[in-house]
Design a protein around this ligand. Structure first.
Ligand code: PMV
Length: 327
């Protein structure tokens, strides 16, 4: 029998949306992120033999598929090595199920790395702590992002809203929202190449050091204000800070016409605030709505422009954003 001596594990890792301060977080400015309840799922089968197979379902909405597949394979190799496995001594089969293919900028690569680490530990019947999962997933995330801040893998591991500060002590803290969040995520249908956008920001920093330093200071203040607004339940204040966040990301050069148009459409349809989310240059944008019906209005505004959109809900008690409309 082919699967003789095989052991199987299944793991999940959350996607995320960054409320404020993507990119600035790479340079040590705190950012706030929330998990999206649509985890990436990985199944790992480890058995006698040798070799490594990685399969993902057909993806849509990206033209960088070959590069993405190469990165994924390399990330798997790195994670497999980090946990002390060898594809020369075991046959390792990895299968990934991604129910939001083509929605980039939502931390899918980190969700994948976390899901993979959990799946492998389960297949090996070895216990592991969340801290260990997060640390090992970060090694895989480095393949996709070159200089990742660590925010994506941390949200993907813990699955809760958090305040993240690279190099901080502690690096992250739970955040408990003081209001139920209704967030609309719109897909620009353009791929987000996080690595390229992070490199673009690094060039901006070299070319305009003073301007960049000023933006970092503004982002630090914006992050603190956004945390206060979130915890105190000030939806209008949070929305306005998200708008400011988008302007700052535009100044860094990581937005584009399509994202700006989507952000404007969300505001027009009643969003309290809107911005790009994640790496930018394409990928997804995020809008804050006052309630479910306002969220639905923003979703239909985006769909009328031809953009897939979903409204996700984070209850007052925190936890995970649940998709309300994935049509
Ligand atoms: O594009 P995503 O989902 O990988 O998000 C990237 C977030 C950045 O702040 C741009 C990079 C990072 O490592 O924090």
């Amino acid at each position: 029998m082919e699967e003789r001596n095989a052991s199987e594990g299944i793991g999940r890792g959350f996607r995320k949306a960054i409320l404020v301060n993507e990119h600035f977080v790479v340079y040590g400015v705190p950012a706030i992120a929330v998990p999206i309840f649509s985890p990436v799922e990985v199944t790992a089968v480890v058995r006698q033999g040798a070799g490594l197979q990685v399969s993902v379902p057909a993806r849509s909405g990206g033209d960088g598929r070959a590069e993405e597949d190469r990165d994924r394979l390399e990330a798997v190799r790195r994670i497999v090595r980090t946990i002390g496995l060898s594809e020369r001594e075991r046959m390792i089969r990895i299968r990934c199920v991604d129910d939001l293919p083509g929605w980039s900028g939502l931390g899918s690569s980190a969700g994948f790395c976390v899901a993979l680490v959990r799946a492998l530990f389960m297949a090996l019947n070895r216990p592991c702590t969340d801290e260990e999962v997060n640390r090992i997933a970060y090694e895989g995330e480095k393949v996709f992002a070159a200089n990742p801040s660590g925010i994506d893998n941390t949200v993907a591991t813990y699955g809760s809203p958090l305040w993240f500060e690279r190099g901080g002590s502690p690096a992250w803290e739970w955040v408990r929202p003081g209001l139920p969040l209704w967030l609309v995520i719109g897909n620009s249908r353009m791929p987000c190449r996080t690595r390229d956008e992070v490199a673009k920001v690094a060039r901006f920093r070299r070319a305009r050091p003073d301007l960049f330093a000023g933006l970092l200071r503004d982002a630090a203040a914006l992050g603190r204000d956004a945390r206060r607004a979130l915890e105190e339940g000030d939806a209008a204040g949070l929305g306005s800070l998200m708008n400011q966040g988008h302007s700052m990301l535009k100044r860094l050069g990581v937005s584009n016409e399509r994202l700006d148009e989507m952000v404007a459409a969300c505001r027009l349809h009643g969003a309290l605030g809107a911005k790009l989310t994640g790496g930018g240059g394409g990928g997804c944008m995020l809008a804050l709505a006052a309630d479910a019906s306002s969220g639905a209005a923003v979703v239909s505004g985006l769909k009328r422009l031809g953009h897939p959109a979903i409204c996700v809900h984070l209850p007052l008690s925190g936890g995970r954003l649940r998709a309300r409309d994935t049509s």
